[in-house]
Design a protein around this ligand. Structure first.
Ligand code: SF4
Length: 414
């Protein structure tokens, strides 16, 4: 399968003025995503592929060495096969997600990094992120994963309030939640961030902002802020439809969404994607990889990979994946549908020539019409567009309609 993606790439460019960060697409370097499926408890609103250990592994709070061994065996098999799909020689981002990747012991993380290093070189600026939950991020664990090679952590806190965590049906360890603010302040890994959620039933607007301020005061460099959504098919979706659980507060969510960009700017954060904010120099390079339509070698149950021309989606079933870790078929990508969902989420200025080149390469013949459409959005007050295209707040609020508009244009025969 070598040679599937032979087009010369562009490199990421971070200009010296952080206000004009301009992301550039790179096909030369590779990202790796490792999906670890286990969580202590499966939250009822969660749509990610994850397995609650309270159901699957007899209520353990740590993954058993047997489960880790079976996971690693399948991961090695999948890597040996999938590796052939990617022509890149160097990895510049690795992301351990899940599930709860912080349930992975540091020595397993080290073993996975060694497995990757045996086949690829690591960029000197490589970003290696481990995402997980407060119950695992003790000072000792942070030091151990730093020794293993991790240089960025992201903690899924969601809220510092027990009543909101309960409403979310999250596992809640009182002691660890009480300690997490101090742990983040003292973290040996400087590049650290958190996830928070807003619009949860019963969560007062002030409580959300107070939690946000408390966490920003710890010196974190990245924040992902999500509104609670009802994901189709989740237990929360069923409960909302039956009327046994309250729906999220849409009006409050809309108010917070519009207010957050200015508030985060005041705190020195760049709003670089719909839900993501980072301090200058600390935007997640791995996140940008998805929105810039760059290749990612993804491993693990439920993981989705993309080599630049083909995609695969692993089965959302851990025993099934462990039995046949490379069973997922390769499908040709669909840039007309996928590109609008990716690059329109980027809120940084995007160079006009880079955009033109991206569209022309992926959907040949369409770039003149796309440039016209982007200009029309600027005339309607959604964006600015001279040497670079950039959304404004008005455009951001109406982003979904623009995505559909661009998909229709790219799919049309004209
Ligand atoms: S901890 Fe995260 S991944 Fe696990 S079930 Fe809850 S929301 Fe999903």
């Amino acid at each position: 399968m070598w040679g599937l993606y032979a087009r010369p790439g562009l490199s990421l460019r971070m200009k010296s003025n952080p206000d004009i960060v301009a992301p550039r697409r790179s096909n030369d370097t590779l990202g790796v995503y490792i999906h670890f499926p286990y969580c202590i408890h499966k939250c009822s609103y969660c749509d990610f592929y994850s397995v609650g250990m309270d159901r699957a592994l007899n209520g353990e709070k740590n993954v058993t060495s047997k489960a880790i061994g079976e996971y690693m065996q399948a991961l090695r098999l999948e890597f040996a096969a999938r590796r052939q799909l990617f022509i890149q020689k160097q990895i510049n981002t690795i992301f351990f997600g899940g599930g709860t990747a912080s349930l992975l012991p540091a020595e397993t993380i080290f073993a996975i990094l060694e497995m990757l290093r045996a086949e690829f070189s690591f960029s000197p600026e490589i970003e290696i992120t481990l995402e997980g939950n407060p119950e695992n991020f003790t000072p000792g664990y942070i030091a151990a994963i730093q020794d293993a090679g991790v240089n960025r952590i992201h903690v899924g806190i969601q809220s510092l309030r027990p009543h909101t965590l309960k409403q979310l049906d999250r596992y809640y360890d009182e002691e660890r939640y009480a300690a997490i603010v101090q742990t983040l302040s003292d973290s040996a890994i400087a590049n650290r961030g958190v996830d928070l959620m807003y619009g949860v039933p019963g969560q007062a607007e002030d409580e959300f902002y107070q939690d946000l301020d408390t966490l920003l005061d710890t010196g974190i460099s990245h924040v992902s802020l999500y509104s609670l959504t009802v994901e189709h098919g989740t237990p929360y979706d069923v409960m909302v439809r039956k009327g046994t659980a309250p729906a999220p507060n849409d009006e409050l969510q809309a108010n917070i969404f519009e207010y957050l960009p200015a508030r985060m700017r005041e705190r020195g954060f760049i709003h670089y994607e719909v839900s993501n904010f980072g301090t200058p120099g600390n935007l997640s390079r791995h996140n940008l990889r998805y929105w810039l339509y760059e290749p990612t070698l993804a491993l693990g149950p439920g993981a989705h990979g993309f080599n630049g021309t083909h995609r695969y989606a692993n089965v959302r079933n851990t025993p099934g994946w462990q039995t046949a870790p490379t069973a997922a078929a390769l499908d040709l990508h669909e840039p007309a549908l996928e590109l609008p969902l990716c690059f329109l989420r980027i809120l940084l200025p995007m160079d006009r020539r880079d955009l033109e080149a991206l569209i022309e390469a992926e959907v040949p013949g369409k770039s003149p019409a796309v440039m016209k459409l982007l200009e029309s959005w600027t005339s309607l007050g959604f964006s600015s567009f001279d040497s670079a295209f950039q959304w404004n707040l008005n455009g951001l609020i109406r982003l979904n309609d623009r995505v559909i508009e661009l998909q229709e244009l790219l799919e049309s025969n004209s």
